[in-house]
Ligand binder design. Structure first.
Ligand code: 13P
Ligand code: SF4
Length: 320
C-alpha cells in the first residue's frame, strides 16, 4: 500500500522506466531507515524520487532547521546541501547528521570568507550583521543573527538598528532593503541558479500565457521579484499555490521544485523556465543508501565556531 502510494505520486512526473529503476532503491532505503532509526530530511529542490519516495519531512531551510532541532532519531540523513546539514548538526548536536555527498555545496555559501566578514565589521563598527543561512558555520559564528528566505524581512525588522550588514546574498539583501526601508550593506554573493532569471523571461511568459501567476524566489534580482506576483521561500511558494485560484503558475526557481509540486497539485499547470542546482543534484538514491549502510558522511563542526554559530541560529529561531 505504502509503495503503491509512492508509485502513484511518481507516475505523475517520471517515466515508467525511471520509476522501475527507483522503486527497489526506495524500498531498500525505507527498510534500512527503520532498522537504523534514521530520519530523512529532504529539501524542496530534491528530485521527485527522493522527495516523494524516502522523506520523513520535506521543506524549506527554515522548516528543515526546525524539524532537525526536534528530530528524535539516532541519525539524520540530510538530502539537501552542506550548509543545511551543518545547521541540523548545530541545532541537534546529540544526533549524528549525515550528508550523502560532501560536495553538495552552494554558490552563496562559497562566496564569502571569515576575513570578508571581519573586514565588513571593521568598516561598519556597531552595525548588526545578519547572515543568510546559506553560509558555513564559521560565517554564522561571526554574525549576530542568522535568517532564511522565509524570515529575512522579519529578522531585519526586529533589529533596532536602521543600518544592517546583510551577507552574503546581494539580491536577497536588496529585496529585504526594499521591503524594510532599512539601509542594507551587502556583499556580492549570488545564487548561481536564481541570478540567471531576467524580467524579460517573465514578460515572455505573461504574453504567452495570459493570467499566469508568477512566483519567484527572493534570491532572484529585485527586478525579477518586482515583475512577479509573489516572492517567498520554497515552502512559502507552495503555500501560495495551495491558496491561489490561479490555474497556470510560472515558477522562477530550481527545476525539481516544479516537478515536486506537479505531483502534489494535479489540477494546476506549471510553466517552469527552471535552472538546475548542481549541488542539490549531487544527492541521489544510491548515495542515500550508501549513507545509511556505511554511516557516511558525518557532519562535524570545529568546536571553536560551534557555540557562536549555534547562537546566531538560536537567535533566529527566537525572533521568528
Ligand atoms: P529556501 O529556504 O527558500 O528553501 O531556499 C533554500 C535555497 O537554497 C534556495 O536556493
Ligand atoms: Fe545554493 Fe542556489 Fe543551489 Fe540554493 S539553489 S543551494 S542558493 S546554489
Amino acid at each position: 500500500m505504502f509503495m503503491q502510494a509512492i508509485q502513484e505520486k511518481l507516475e505523475t512526473v517520471l517515466t515508467p522506466f525511471e520509476i522501475a529503476a527507483h522503486l527497489p532503491l526506495i524500498d531498500e532505503i525505507n527498510a534500512l531507515k527503520k532498522e537504523k532509526n534514521a530520519c530523512v530530511l529532504v529539501h524542496n529542490y530534491q528530485t521527485p524520487e527522493i522527495y516523494h519516495g524516502i522523506a520523513d519531512y520535506t521543506g524549506d531551510s527554515l522548516g528543515l532547521a526546525r524539524e532537525a532541532a526536534k528530530a528524535d532519531c539516532e541519525r539524520i540523513v540530510f538530502c539537501g546541501v552542506h550548509f543545511m546539514a551543518e545547521t541540523a548538526k548545530l541545532l541537534n548536536p546529540a544526533t549524528k547528521v549525515l550528508i550523502p555527498d560532501l560536495e553538495a555545496g552552494c554558490s552563496l555559501s562559497e562566496s564569502i570568507t571569515v576575513e570578508d566578514v571581519r573586514a565588513l565589521k571593521q568598516k561598519h563598527p556597531g552595525v548588526p550583521v545578519v547572515c543568510y543561512v546559506n553560509t558555513p558555520a564559521a560565517i554564522k559564528a561571526e554574525s549576530d543573527v542568522c535568517c532564511t528566505s522565509a524570515n529575512a524581512v522579519r529578522i531585519v525588522e526586529s533589529l533596532e538598528s536602521d543600518r544592517i550588514v546583510f551577507i552574503p546574498d546581494e539580491y536577497l539583501a536588496r529585496n529585504v532593503a526594499k521591503e524594510t526601508g532599512k539601509t542594507i550593506i551587502t556583499h556580492p554573493g549570488r545564487c548561481m541558479v536564481h541570478e540567471q532569471f531576467t524580467p524579460g523571461d517573465i514578460e515572455n511568459y505573461r504574453e504567452q500565457f495570459p493570467g499566469i501567476a508568477v512566483i519567484a524566489h527572493p534570491e532572484c534580482s529585485p527586478e525579477v521579484v518586482a515583475a512577479s506576483d509573489f516572492s517567498g521561500s520554497t515552502s512559502q511558494m507552495s503555500r501560495f499555490i495551495r491558496q491561489s485560484r490561479a490555474q497556470k503558475i510560472m515558477l522562477i526557481t530550481e527545476c525539481s521544485m516544479a516537478d515536486n509540486l506537479r505531483a502534489e497539485f494535479l489540477d494546476k499547470d506549471f510553466q517552469a523556465p527552471c535552472t538546475i542546482c548542481p549541488h542539490m543534484k549531487k544527492i541521489t538514491l544510491e548515495k542515500v543508501l550508501k549513507s545509511l549502510q556505511e554511516d557516511v558522511y558525518e557532519i562535524t563542526i570545529p568546536p571553536e565556531v560551534f557555540r557562536k554559530a549555534r547562537q546566531s541560529l538560536e537567535r533566529m529561531l527566537e525572533f521568528s
